[in-house]
Every structure is written in structure tokens, then in C-alpha cells.
Design a protein around this ligand. Structure first.
Ligand code: ATP
Ligand code: MG
Length: 334
């Protein structure tokens, strides 16, 4: 059976990378496979979140799911913390995963920076909880951005080691990361070597779904580029990461190939017509989504009803796995 699982953290403003790398794929996949999409509030608190804001941030992510086309009749949409089976399975997986495996996770190194001893233990073991998120539903396909590829490898390692150590061959599937697509790795507008992130302190580094037309135009106008004109081939852009990123964004938003977009602007500088046209594209795409998000967020009861119904369905799917795992591990009473 083919089953999709993915989620987004309510850790700040949703941006173009989340939209292209994740939301667009969810909407497509809901028609092809059984789909579970959660709001990752337990992952969000691996770094400090203001308790007074967290609930509304959760609703905002849910609104973004709905506004970008997820249909609650097709996809199960729920808050992670409403399904305790995730955390319960994560504990077992904490005892399956090895320290050496987690030590290799580059996202922890990127997020922790120089002072890793001051980060939460949760930030370190977050990929183990992620493995539980996926495997508690025995999901087979996980649509995510390129930045999550290493974590998906870890999920497969945990599944394989569990199946081996407890002598239950094939019990957990080895899920496949669906990272392909034109928006798989959107880079910061300020730094072509860093991915666009909710947690980047510079708001100018990203285009947020909720940004208005002025903010979008300004951020694109200020986006870092180089003074050289656009070349003929993508090959010639390989040492110009900021330029390559903007071409990629233009291509993804207009649903064309990067080569095709480049050909249109060959010989021009970025400021001439490329950036204004890119701004128009982004304003058109985001305007429709953010308008619908605002409308949905003005009806929080409606969002809560969808999340509660989703949580109930998710628990029904997750509970049997947890019961089986308890038996496999040999816990009392199982
Ligand atoms: P944070 O900085 O808090 O980790 P984030 O921007 O990385 O936030 P997540 O909630 O961690 O967002 O990720 C949600 C989904 O968006 C994941 O599938 C992730 O792979 C995808 N994603 C995040 N950033 C990008 C990006 N720059 N390009 C493409 N996909 C992305
Ligand atoms: Mg992230």
C-alpha cells in the first residue's frame, strides 16, 4: 500500500521554499496516494516558541495547507502533538538509532552553529522523532525539500535496524524521499550558499507567502546578484549561485524549464526586466494563496474542526502500529 506522510513546522513565516519544496507536492500527491500531512508543533519547540503564539502558528500552517489546495476529504491534516503515538514510537527509535548516526546530521550542525552544547537535546534527536512521524503510519513516500534528504536516509536506517534487531523482516517499510522537482532547494535571497529558511533572522532572505506586493517587489529588487549579464547556458551559471537561484525560482513559478527562462533574458542584467517580471510572478502566485489564508484564519473554529477530525483519523492509523511495536519489543501488558 502506498502512503504519503509529510509536515511543516509552525516555527515562523512560510516561504517560497516551503511552498515549492513541500506544499505543491502534497497537493499533487493527495490524488495519487493515501495522504497524511501534519503540523509539526513538537519539532517546532526544539527551538524556543512563545506559548502564547504557538496555537495560532499551528492554525496558520493548517490554513496554508488548505489555501494551497489540500482537501481534508482526501488528506488527513492534523497537529503532531495531538497524536501521542509519534512520541511513544520516537522513544523506542531513540534506543535503535546510534549516536554516530546523529552526529553526522548536517542540519543539526548548521542550526546549532558554534555553541552546540547550548542547544536543546530535542534539536539533536529531532530526526529520530521524524522517523517515528513517518513510520508510525508505515508511510512509503515522503515529499520534502532537498534539505531533508539526509534525515530520510536516517529514517531508512532506523527502519532497517529495527526490522533486523527485533527479527521482524519487512515490518517497517523503507520510505522513499520525494525530493525531485524544480523547487527542491530554494536558496536565501541574501546568500546563495544558504537555503531559504523560516528560522533565518533576516526577513529579506525569503519571500513569505503572507508578504504583500510591496514587500515582495522590494525583497526581489534587493536580492543579491552579480553585475554580469545573463549568459546563454545554465552551465555558465554554475559559479553564480545567486543568479542560478533566481532563474530557478522564475522557472518554478512560471512552470517552465530554467534553460528556457535563461534563453529569454540572455545578455540582459538582472535589474533590467528580469527582477520586475519575477516580482510580478511571485505577487500573482502568493496573492491568491495569502488571501485565502487570511480568510481561513478569520475562522479559527473551522480550522480547529478540521484539525480535530484529522487527529482522530491519524490516531486510528497510528495506534495499531504502536500496539504491534510494544509487542515486538516485549513491553509488559502488550
Ligand atoms: P526551519 O528554519 O524552522 O527549519 P524551514 O524553512 O526549514 O524552517 P521546515 O518546517 O523545517 O521549514 O520544512 C518544511 C518543508 O519545507 C520540508 O519538506 C523542507 O524540506 C521544505 N523546505 C524548507 N526549506 C526549503 C527550501 N529552501 N527549498 C525547498 N524546500 C524547503
Ligand atoms: Mg527546516
Amino acid at each position: 500500500k502506498r502512503r504519503v506522510l509529510s509536515g511543516v513546522q509552525p516555527s515562523g513565516a512560510l516561504h517560497l521554499g516551503n511552498y515549492l519544496g513541500a506544499l505543491v507536492k502534497f497537493t499533487r500527491l493527495q490524488h495519487e496516494m493515501e495522504t497524511f500531512i501534519f503540523v509539526a508543533d513538537m519539532h517546532a519547540i526544539t527551538v524556543w516558541q512563545d506559548p502564547k503564539l504557538l496555537t495560532s502558528q499551528v492554525r496558520e500552517i493548517a490554513a496554508a495547507y488548505l489555501a494551497s489546495g489540500l482537501d481534508p476529504a482526501k488528506a488527513t491534516i492534523f497537529p503532531q502533538s495531538a497524536v501521542p503515538e509519534h512520541a511513544q514510537l520516537a522513544w523506542v527509535f531513540n534506543c535503535v538509532a546510534r549516536l554516530g548516526w546523529l552526529d553526522r546530521m548536517t542540519q543539526f550542525k548548521d542550526k546549532a552553529g558554534k555553541h552546540k552544547e547550548r542547544e536543546s537535546v530535542g534539536l539533536y534527536t529531532y530526526p529520530v522523532l521524524q522517523a517515528a512521524d513517518i513510520l508510525v503510519y508505515k508511510a512509503t513516500h515522503v515529499p520534502v525539500g532537498e534539505d531533508q534528504r539526509q534525515h530520510l536516509e536516517l529514517t531508512r536506517d532506523i527502519a532497517a535496524k529495527f526490522n533486523h534487531d527485533f527479527d521482524v523482516p519487512g515490518y517497517f517499510p523503507l520510505p522513499e524521499a520525494l525530493t525531485e522537482g524544480p523547487g527542491a532547494r530554494i536558496m536565501s535571497l541574501r546568500d546563495g550558499s544558504a537555503k531559504m529558511s523560516k528560522s533565518d533572522p533576516s526577513d529579506n532572505s525569503r519571500l513569505n507567502l503572507m508578504d504583500d506586493a510591496d514587500a515582495i517587489s522590494q525583497k526581489i529588487r534587493k536580492a543579491r546578484t552579480d553585475p554580469d549579464p545573463l549568459p546563454e547556458t545554465l552551465e555558465e551559471l554554475k559559479d553564480r549561485p545567486e543568479a542560478l537561484n533566481l532563474i530557478g525560482i522564475y522557472a518554478a513559478l512560471s512552470e517552465r524549464t530554467a534553460a528556457d527562462v535563461l534563453a529569454e533574458f540572455t545578455g540582459q542584467g538582472f535589474g533590467q526586466s528580469f527582477k520586475p517580471l519575477l516580482a510580478d510572478l511571485a505577487v500573482a502566485k502568493f496573492g491568491a494563496i495569502s488571501g485565502e489564508m487570511r480568510r481561513l484564519m478569520s475562522e479559527p473554529d473551522e480550522i480547529d474542526r478540521i484539525l480535530a477530525a484529522g487527529a482522530e483519523k491519524a490516531r486510528e492509523a497510528a495506534a495499531p502500529t504502536l500496539a504491534e511495536v510494544k509487542k515486538i519489543v516485549g513491553f509488559w501488558g502488550s
